[in-house]
Each structure stands twice: as C-alpha cells, then as structure tokens.
Design a protein around this ligand. Structure first.
Ligand code: TRP
Ligand code: SF4
Length: 400
C-alpha cells in the first residue's frame, strides 16, 4: 500500500449512472485497495451552483452514497463522509482566501465555462468564484498526495499546488528551521546526506522535478528518522520553509468509454442514461428502443457498426467473439438489430446484479448508511483537525 493519501469528492447529483461508474467510480474502487482513500460528498459544492434550490441535496447525497457502496466502495477500506459534516474544510477555505489573489480564481477555466454553460443561473456570486478554493481546502486539509479527477479539473489541482506553496512560504517561517533541518540532514548519514544536498540544489536552482521526486523517495525510505525530521527534510527539500500544507498531484481518471443510449455523452440531463441500479425491465426497454445505424431501415439493409451507438456498448460489454459476430452480422445484414442488442442487455444486467445485491441491504436499512457516514466523518474530522492545529499555529491563531 502506497503511503500517499488519496482524496476525491463528487457533487451530489442524485442517482448515479453507468457513465459515472465506468469513469470515476470504477477507478475509486480500484484505488481503495492500493492506497488510503477518503471519498466525500461535496454538498457545499452543489450549493455553489444550486444555492436557490437546495431541497434536493439531502436526498441526492444519500442516494449517491448508496450508489458508491453498490459500485463496490468498501467502507472497511475507504473513508466515506459528507463535506459539510467536517466544518474544518470551511475554516481552511476562509483562511486560504485571505492570501489568494483574485486573478488566480478568475483565471480558472471552469469559472467562465460553467457560467456560460449554466447561463440560466446567476453565477456571479462570491461562492461560485471561490469554488476551486473550497476544493483546494478539501484536499489540502488531508495533506493528500493524489487526487483522482477528470481532465476538466486538472487546472484546479494546479492551483492547489500553488496555494500550498504560497501558504508554506508565507506562514512556514519557523524560528531555527534551517538549523533543525540541517541537523536532520546529518541524521541521514554520510553518503545520503550528500546526495540529499545535491538533489535539493538540483530542484531549487535548476527546477529539476526528478530531483524532487528522488529526494522525496529517499526521505520516505529513511526508516530511522522521526516523522518530525521527515517533515523537516521534505520542507527543506522544497524550499527553506516548514511544510505545513502538501502539494497534491492530479491522478487523471480516464474518461468513460460508455456513451449514452443516443451515442452522445451519457448524462441524466440528456435523457440518455442508464442508472446504476435501474430496474431490469426498464433497462431492457431502453436498450431495445435505442437508435441504431440509420441506414438499416429494413432488416435486409446492411449496416455499419461504427455508425451505431449499440456498437459502442459492445466495445465495453462484449468479448471478441461477440464483437466479431456483430461486425460480420451487421455488415452482411445477417443479424437483426434486436438480436444484436441482446448481448449488450445481458452484459449490463450481469454487471448490475452484484450492485443491486450490495445496495439492497442499505435500501432496506438506511441506518446502515448513516452509521458508515458517521464513522467516516469522525475519522476525517480527526485528520482535518490535526492539520488545522498546525495551520492555526502557523498563522498565529492558537491563543494559548
Ligand atoms: N469539483 C469536483 C467536481 O465537480 C468535485 C470536488 C469537490 C472534488 N471537491 C473535490 C474532487 C476535491 C476532487 C477533490 O467534480
Ligand atoms: Fe447497430 Fe447491431 Fe443493428 Fe448493426 S446490427 S446497426 S451494430 S444494432
């Protein structure tokens, strides 16, 4: 298990669909086995765009949590919580906001994009502008190493890194830090100490990213050091400041290869989605009525899979024999479209069976989900409070 902590969140948009599963969720399920993971429902984020109609957020939150569990997120492996139940996120957001240049927020591409896309809403608000800063607080408060996100979110992660660096620079001036760091360097031992010094210069003076990575690996493997010394060495490697906040890295989630029923991107608002726990009959009906290659008007007309959204589903759900059967049968008009759709229906139903099973006990007894979340919130809060103590300390807000 890697020592890097993973943090990611999703807005509560209600029931999840297969596009979410084949994009983010499947990736989360994989990560929870490899790294320490914290996954949360970003309910405050939902408010940044839906402040005028918050009524659906609560139901959406519980539905989404059941979907996560159904998809295989395992509460004994990953910590699941709700953002607003860990109010420390808001405190860090506020404190970060003091030193965040407005230009950094205005320059984030999603700021203008979303305003244009959601033109029916008034998003000229303080909360919406600060959205990426809240997201930064979500991650920095756990000193996470990795953030699995889609491509559109990468600029947000870039900004988090800049924020962490700026924060450490402004508030990480510890008296005697350099001396203490040099003491810790000595503890690495002759050869290693020398190498550390060279890597530090290679990174700081020549901007060599590999040197930073190598230095980090070296610190991590220096088993004899205390965690305090290790933190010092990390901070000193990157600059001459104490490392209070950690710069996270984006872990790009591959986009889902599963289009919607009409071949467009799957989205609830396009009406082309299949929900994660959709009723069997409804799935069968949706696939049976989905459009095919428009050239196949009659059963005897040959078709072209590349022009057919059903083929995109075969690519996800069918084995190579079936795919060959589709290619040949379609182009020679040897098979009918309903016949062709059957393996896709079977594939989706088979994929959903364990999900429906896992979800059932939570649907039957919602108190189980409440308990998982209460436990997750407590765990997340303890971690968040630890960071906040240091943050307050560094900013002179501890009043002891
Ligand atoms: N902004 C993300 C989205 O819209 C959700 C989110 C909020 C998030 N906070 C986060 C993702 C922190 C990763 C890490 O999809
Ligand atoms: Fe699409 Fe299959 Fe019909 Fe060909 S046979 S048009 S791939 S549904």
């Amino acid at each position: 298990m890697s020592s890097e902590r993973v943090v990611s969140g999703m807005r509560p948009t209600g029931a999840m669909h297969l596009g979410h599963y084949h994009g983010a969720l499947k990736n989360w399920v994989k990560m929870q086995a490899e790294q320490e993971c914290l996954f949360f429902v970003a309910d405050w984020h939902a408010l940044t765009t839906h402040y005028d109609d918050p009524s659906i957020i609560e139901t959406s939150t519980w539905d989404m949590l059941i979907d996560w569990l159904a998809a295989g997120i395992d509460p004994s492996k990953a910590t699941l919580f709700i953002q607003s139940q860990v109010p420390e996120h808001a405190e860090l957001h506020l404190l970060l906001s003091m030193a965040t240049p407005l230009g950094w927020l205005e320059r984030v591409p999603t700021y203008k994009d979303q305003q244009e896309k959601l033109a029916d809403r008034d998003l000229a608000t303080y909360g919406f502008l600060g959205y990426p800063l809240l997201q930064a607080a979500d991650v920095l408060i756990y000193r996470a190493g990795h953030v699995p996100v889609g491509e559109d979110q990468v600029p947000h992660i870039e900004m988090m890194r800049e924020l962490a660096r700026r924060f450490n620079h402004l508030y990480g001036k510890e008296k005697g830090f350099e001396e203490k760091a040099l003491e810790a360097v000595k503890k690495l031992g002759g050869k290693q100490s020398k190498l550390y010094g060279e890597l530090r210069i290679a990174y700081q003076e020549q901007g060599k990213q590999e040197a930073l990575e190598q230095g980090k690996a070296m610190i991590e493997s220096a088993q004899s050091l205390s965690s305090v010394d290790r933190e010092r060495l990390s901070g000193y490697l990157e600059g001459s400041r104490k490392r209070i906040l950690v710069e996270p890295q984006a872990r790009l989630t591959e986009a889902s290869k599963l289009p919607g029923l009409d071949g467009q991107k799957m989205s609830k608002s396009y009406g082309n989605a299949i929900a994660l726990r959709e009723d069997k009959d409804s799935i069968i009906k949706k696939v049976r009525t989905m459009p095919t290659d428009p050239a196949r008007v009659r059963r005897t007309d040959p078709g072209e899979p590349e022009k057919c959204p059903v083929w995109q589903l075969h690519k996800v759900y069918s084995d190579s024999d079936t795919k060959e059967w589709v290619q040949k049968g379609c182009r020679s008009a040897g098979i009918g479209c309903l016949e062709c759709k059957q393996p896709v229906i079977d594939g989706i139903l088979k994929e959903q069976e364990p999900m429906r099973e896992r979800a059932q006990k939570y649907v039957d007894d919602p108190s189980l989900v409440r308990a998982i979340v209460a436990d997750g919130c407590a765990k997340a809060r303890a971690l968040a409070q630890e960071t906040m103590r240091e943050v307050r300390d560094a900013m002179g807000l501890n009043y002891r």
